[in-house]
Design a protein around this ligand. Structure first.
Ligand SMILES: Cc1cc2nc3c(=O)[nH]c(=O)nc-3n(C[C@H](O)[C@H](O)[C@H](O)COP(=O)(O)OP(=O)(O)OC[C@H]3O[C@@H](n4cnc5c(N)ncnc54)[C@H](O)[C@@H]3O)c2cc1C
Length: 405
């Protein structure tokens, strides 16, 4: 079996590992290797943001994240904020620009640009990429660490664990993501999918597949509203999707008794919706009840609202009882869906959970379990909202570790 010796081994050639390699290799006085189990580095960067790579968000604040690394998060975002990361990207050749929602993209809107500048920089600085190599575990051997890989051993004085989350670039679930960290004694918190569609228990959605609506969505856990988001809701056969739903998924996917409530007309109160319905009914008179929704919602959404309210969809508008109108107004105001907890990572953008944040030094990101081993990126128990927050954390933490090495 081949033996390779380096000064610094970075396990994982994703956003955090590559940023770490760039910063650590600046001085060019160390042998650095990035070890990647795939046949090339940065595959997830390429598919991020629909291949446009939303690499940062100028509003990256702790409130946009959750997880057990909360102590380190504030320090990190203060000392390695979007501005610092974006200035660094500019130095290595990437021009990026924020849109009106603070989401930052490369000017070319091509994720390949982000990967190219990171790879160009590590190549200029002599970093070795070792691909098709999966690290199984880490053991201490004299003054260095031995990384046992599928077909070789790599010895390094310092090690960075940047292995990402449970979901992978091709949305396939992989195995040895946390084994390096576990082999040196780290605990992994509960892993659930995040920034994913939310599965709901209903037959009503079948006819809504592919339909979109604007609205407000709330995650309700044990009867209490836990988080609310607004935006475009996308309907699937048995799930709800869209950025606003994604942002509730970290809470909903791990809750036992959860509901999602859609407000299709969030700017109107129940009374205003009720009054609006009565006015429309008066106008429609003898026409079918489905016409009430013309100009408000997609026809199929109207039918689903009627069915949820137990109203016969073939009725004439004028034959609706006062009770039925009230029920319909309630449904439009608060359309409730029972959530089915999910452990399906195949469509999740990030992993909620990971290496326990309390086992990591909050300012250096060095492991509290083993000296000279550092952790960065999504492998840590931190996940962010949709909109550039996750890559921002990956780059900030990668930069922080790179400066320590
Ligand atoms: C479809 C999709 C779109 C996304 N879009 C965005 C977006 O626009 N904006 C945003 O902020 N976030 C986005 N994300 C999330 C973001 O991509 C991740 O949070 C980020 O890439 C995490 O970086 P990382 O370096 O921690 O992990 P990764 O990028 O996952 O890199 C980890 C690397 O480690 C390798 N690895 C794992 N285990 C081993 C091992 N044992 N041995 C060797 N190598 C190993 C993996 O193959 C991988 O290449 C998206 C995610 C997905 C799936």
């Amino acid at each position: 079996m081949e033996n390779i010796k380096v000064d610094i081994a970075i396990i994982g050639g994703g956003a955090s590992g590559l940023m770490c390699a760039c910063v650590a290799s600046k001085k060019r006085n160390k042998r650095i290797a990035v070890i990647e189990r795939e046949n090339r580095v940065g595959k997830k960067i390429l598919i991020s943001g629909n291949s446009r790579c939303n690499l940062s968000n100028l509003d990256s604040k702790a409130m946009h994240y959750g997880g057990s690394f909360d102590k380190g998060l504030e320090f990190l975002l203060e000392n390695f904020p979007p501005k610092k990361v974006l200035t660094y990207f500019e130095e290595i050749g990437l021009i990026a620009k924020a849109d009106s929602d603070n989401r930052v993209y490369p000017l070319s809107r091509q994720s390949s640009a982000v990967l190219s500048v990171l790879r160009n920089e590590i190549q200029r600085n002599g970093v070795k990429e070792i691909c098709d190599t999966e690290v199984m575990d880490i053991t201490k051997v004299d003054n260095s660490y031995k990384l046992r890989c599928n077909d070789k051993n790599i010895f390094a004085k310092k090690v960075v664990i940047a292995t990402g989350g449970k979901n992978n670039y091709a949305q396939k679930v992989v195995t040895n993501t946390y084994s390096s960290a576990m082999s040196i004694g780290h605990n992994i918190t509960k892993l659930t999918p995040s920034l994913s569609p939310v599965k709901v228990k209903t037959n009503l959605l079948k006819s809504l597949k592919g339909i979109r609506a604007q609205g407000r969505v709330s995650a309700v856990i044990n009867g209490k509203v836990a988080k609310t988001e607004s935006g475009e809701i996308q309907f699937g056969t048995d799930y709800l999707s869209g950025i606003c739903v994604f942002n509730l998924s970290r809470i909903l996917n791990r809750a036992k008794n959860a509901e999602i409530i859609i407000q299709l007309l969030p700017d109107y109160s129940f009374t205003e919706i009720n009054d609006m319905l009565f006015k429309r009914i008066k106008l429609l008179n003898n026409e079918n009840v489905q016409e009430i929704f013309t100009g408000l919602f997609h026809k199929n959404i109207g039918i689903a609202l009627l069915k949820t309210s137990n109203i016969d969809t073939s009725k004439k508008a004028m034959s609706l009882s006062e009770n039925e109108v009230n029920t319909l107004a309630h449904t439009i105001n608060k359309w409730k869906f029972k959530v089915l907890p999910s452990s399906d990572f195949s469509n999740a953008q990030v992993t909620c959970g990971g290496i326990n944040g309390n086992e990591i030094n909050p300012t250096t990101l060095e492991s509290k379990k083993a000296k000279n081993i550092y952790l960065c990126g999504e492998a840590i128990d931190i996940d962010g909202d949709c909109g550039g927050f996750n890559l921002q954390f990956a780059f900030s933490s990668g930069m922080c570790v790179g400066e320590q090495l």
